[in-house]
Design a protein around this ligand. Structure first.
Ligand SMILES: Cc1cc2nc3c(=O)[nH]c(=O)nc-3n(C[C@H](O)[C@H](O)[C@H](O)COP(=O)(O)OP(=O)(O)OC[C@H]3O[C@@H](n4cnc5c(N)ncnc54)[C@H](O)[C@@H]3O)c2cc1C
Length: 414
């Protein structure tokens, strides 16, 4: 080892593990320390609400790296270890138990955690949350037992858990205050397509309704809704969103606001300290504003980008957001980031559940989602990235390849 520097990463999940890998790939031969609260080596969370939850995929499928990877690359992996304090003036990280670790560069990849429902009965047995592989094991065991479940929240986690539970044969009710599932991201029109997909599979979708209380003796037996219904159940799954884990940064005086604030180089307000993944609210050069993305692909790419910047590369992170979801036989990929749009244009008939939806603002596409249509997400991202003006008719025409809209925009030869 020729370099006597120490680079420390807090958070041993996708962003952290990929950052550690990149430090080595890019030739850093100093000390790399990866610290994580969980006892498992870094793993991916998407299967935890899908095939892993249904018992169709084993534990080996979820890991980011083979077991020997960290030792082979001389990455010191400290599992079951929580970083409890950070002193950015002395460049020291404090670990539970009191040990202190000096760093030259530090990456905060502490991710996010489920929001808890603070309502009567919220602490009863059988009120479950899903974030870790352990949570998924507990939930899987419940699915094995069958019965009736109520899912609180029709965001991505709630929708996927509802689908998996239904696929395992349970009776499922979903409660959601918005008018349709996934409304915040997809809007009412496309959210309604997902409502129908769940209804068609036999899920009772109670939209426009909140949850008032969980009731039961020791374990939850009933859910009381804000519109006065009482739903009997064997267990409940709560999926009401996540919040970034910012405690370490806050306590160190690092700037935070809906996550740890970082610039386009993923650098925080403290010298030598970076943040990536779910926890980072990053300035995005393409959008000209800060965005915080709670998706796997963002963690996968931001971790390595932060690592390169820890090595002094000063590379701006400008990848367009991307995520995917699988519910029943319906797979989708969503590219872009749309807070506002004025219409949605469909290519293909949504009723067939094989279509592409484009969200537009003026004559620009701000997001695109391909549903059971594959190998188009790269052209969609090019369409977004080039900010080409398109007209709705051409966008909707399945005979015009999307890449032709990029190269021959509005009025061009198709
Ligand atoms: C069930 C489920 C299904 C999902 N499905 C999809 C999907 O289909 N598509 C998609 O795009 N995204 C999906 N996601 C989201 C995706 O998994 C996350 O965006 C991704 O895990 C973020 O990675 P991360 O490394 O930033 O943080 P996290 O995965 O949250 O990991 C952060 C790690 O840091 C550790 N940590 C926190 N604080 C400390 C500390 N002080 N000291 C030490 N360690 C600490 C935590 O214990 C945790 O292990 C899903 C998430 C879940 C939970």
């Amino acid at each position: 080892m020729t370099n006597d520097q120490t680079h420390v990463i807090v958070g041993a999940s996708v962003a952290g593990a990929k950052a550690a890998e990149t430090l080595r790939e890019d030739g850093f031969d100093g000390r790399v320390v990866l610290v994580g609260t969980e006892d498992e080596r870094p793993y991916e969370r998407p299967p935890l609400s899908k095939d892993y939850l249904r018992g169709e995929a084993g534990r080996e499928k979820v890991y980011v790296h083979d077991e020997g990877f960290y030792a082979e690359h001389d990455i010191e992996l400290h599992l079951g270890t929580t970083a409890t304090g950070l002193d950015t003036s002395s460049n020291e990280l404090e670990l539970a138990g009191g040990a202190r670790l000096r760093y030259d560069r530090l990456l905060l990849a502490t991710g996010s955690e489920p929001r808890r429902l603070a309502i009567p009965g919220g602490e009863l047995d059988g009120v479950l949350y899903l974030r870790t592989v352990g949570d998924s094991d507990v939930l899987r065991e419940r699915l094995d037992r069958g019965g009736t479940t109520v899912v609180i929240g029709a965001g991505w986690i709630g929708a996927e858990v509802a689908a998996s539970a239904r696929q395992r044969g349970l009776e499922v009710t979903v409660i959601e205050p918005a008018s349709v599932p996934l409304e915040r991201v997809l809007g009412a029109e496309v959210g309604a397509i997902y409502r129908d997909i769940h209804t068609d599979h036999g899920v009772q979708m109670l939209m426009g309704t909140g949850v008032e209380a969980f009731e039961g003796d020791k374990a939850v037996e009933r859910v009381r809704t804000t519109d006065g219904r009482v739903l009997e159940c064997d267990f409940v799954v709560v999926g009401v969103g996540v919040q970034p884990r910012i405690q370490l940064a806050t306590q160190a005086g690092i700037d935070v606001d809906n996550g740890i604030l970082v610039d386009e180089h993923l650098h925080t307000s403290a010298p030598g300290v970076f943040a990536a993944g779910d926890v980072a609210n990053a300035h995005h050069p393409f959008y000209g504003e800060r965005i915080r993305v709670e998706h796997w692909a963002n963690a996968l790419h931001q971790g390595p980008a932060a690592a390169r910047n820890m090595l002094g590369h000063a590379t701006a992170y400008d990848r367009l957001p991307y995520f995917f979801s699988d519910q029943y036989e319906v797979g989708m990929e969503y590219s872009g980031f749309a807070r506002e749009w004025d219409r949605v244009v469909f290519r293909g008939d949504p009723a067939t559940r094989e279509f592409i939806a484009f969200w537009l603002r003026g004559d620009r596409v701000v997001a695109g989602m391909n549903v059971n249509v594959w190998d188009v997400s790269d052209p969609i991202r090019r369409l977004l990235g080039e900010r080409v003006a398109v007209d709705d008719r051409r966008l909707a025409d399945p005979d015009i390849p999307i890449d032709q809209l990029v190269t021959a925009p509005r009025g061009g030869v198709a």
